[in-house]
Design a protein around this ligand. Structure first.
Ligand code: OAD
Length: 233
C-alpha cells in the first residue's frame, strides 16, 4: 500500500446501519416513515414545526438505544494509531463516531445533540426534547430549532473540508449513496488533485465510477479490515 500522508474520510448513514439506525434511502425511500422533504427542509419547518421538531426528538431519543459498531471503532483506532493527517467528515447527525472513540469529527449536516438558534445563529449542545419556541440562551429569542442542515441550506465547514480534500492523497467514502451534494462531489475534488479514492459500501453508490477501488459489503466488516491493512502496511 502507498505511503499516504493525508487522508479524508467521508461517512454516511450506511456506517450506522448495523448499529440499528435507518438509512435515508432504504427500501421504500422513506426515512422512518417520512419523505425527507417533509422533515428536512426549511419549508417543512415553517409549515409544520411541531412535526419537524417531534421527528428529530424521536431521532435524538433513539440514540440512547443504539451503540457504535466495529466500523465506528475501527475509525477511532485509525485516529489514534495513524501518524499522518486525518479529517473525518460525516454526513450523519448521530453521535456514534464520538461514542466509538473518535475525538475529531466534522458533522457537515449538523448534529441531533445540538440546538441552533434561527435568530442569532448560536449553536449549543442539547439533550432531550426540543419543543418549538424554546428560548435561545444567548439572545433570548423563542427560536431554537434542531441543528440539522436542511436541504437548501449550506453544510458546515465547507472551506475546511475543501482545503483538506485539495491536499489529501487518499479519499475514502464509507456507507453513503452519493445522492446528496456537495458530499457526493468530494470524490471528484480528490481525483482532481491526484488522490487515490476508495469506496466501502454495501452497494455501488451513484458515484461509484469515480473511485479507483470499490469494496462492497457491510461497513462493520470492511472498515476494520481496511484500517488493519492501512496500519499494518
Ligand atoms: P443514504 O441512505 O442515501 O445511503 C446509505 C448508503 O449506505 C447506501 O448506499 C447503502 O447501500 C449503504 N449501506 C447500507 N447499509 C450498509 C452497511 N451495513 N454497510 C455499508 N454500507 C451500507 O445515506 P447518505 O448517503 O448518508 O442529509 O445520505 C446523505 C444525506 O441524505 C444525509 O446526510 C441526509 C439525507 O438527506 C441531511 O439530513 C441533510
Amino acid at each position: 500500500m502507498p505511503d499516504y500522508h493525508s487522508i479524508v474520510i467521508l461517512t454516511g448513514a450506511g456506517i450506522s446501519a448495523e448499529s440499528g439506525l435507518a438509512t435515508f434511502r432504504g427500501p421504500g425511500g422513506l426515512w422512518e416513515g417520512h419523505r425527507v422533504e417533509d422533515v428536512c427542509t426549511p419549508q417543512a419547518l415553517a409549515r409544520n414545526p411541531a412535526l419537524v421538531h417531534r421527528f428529530y426528538d424521536e431521532r435524538r431519543a433513539k440514540l440512547a438505544e443504539v451503540e457504535p459498531n466495529p466500523a465506528h471503532r475501527a475509525l477511532a483506532r485509525l485516529e489514534r494509531e495513524w501518524a499522518g493527517e486525518l479529517l473525518l467528515v460525516t454526513q450523519n447527525v448521530d453521535d456514534l463516531h464520538e461514542r466509538g472513540g473518535c475525538g475529531q469529527v466534522l458533522h457537515m449536516h449538523g448534529e441531533l445533540n445540538s440546538a441552533l438558534c434561527a435568530s442569532c445563529g448560536a449553536a449549543r449542545p442539547w439533550q432531550g426534547s426540543l419543543p418549538p419556541g424554546s428560548l435561545c440562551p444567548v439572545c433570548g429569542a423563542p427560536a431554537l430549532r434542531p441543528d440539522i442542515v436542511f436541504f437548501g441550506e449550506m453544510p458546515y465547514q465547507m472551506d475546511r473540508i475543501d482545503a483538506a480534500l485539495r491536499k489529501c492523497d487518499l479519499f475514502v467514502s464509507i456507507g453513503t449513496s452519493g445522492a446528496v451534494y456537495p458530499a457526493a462531489g468530494f470524490v471528484q475534488t480528490a481525483r482532481y488533485v491526484g488522490a487515490e479514492t476508495l469506496e466501502l459500501n454495501l452497494d455501488p453508490s451513484a458515484g461509484s465510477i469515480y473511485f479507483h477501488e470499490s469494496r462492497m459489503g457491510p461497513a462493520g466488516e470492511l472498515v476494520p479490515e481496511w484500517v488493519e491493512e492501512l496500519l499494518c502496511s
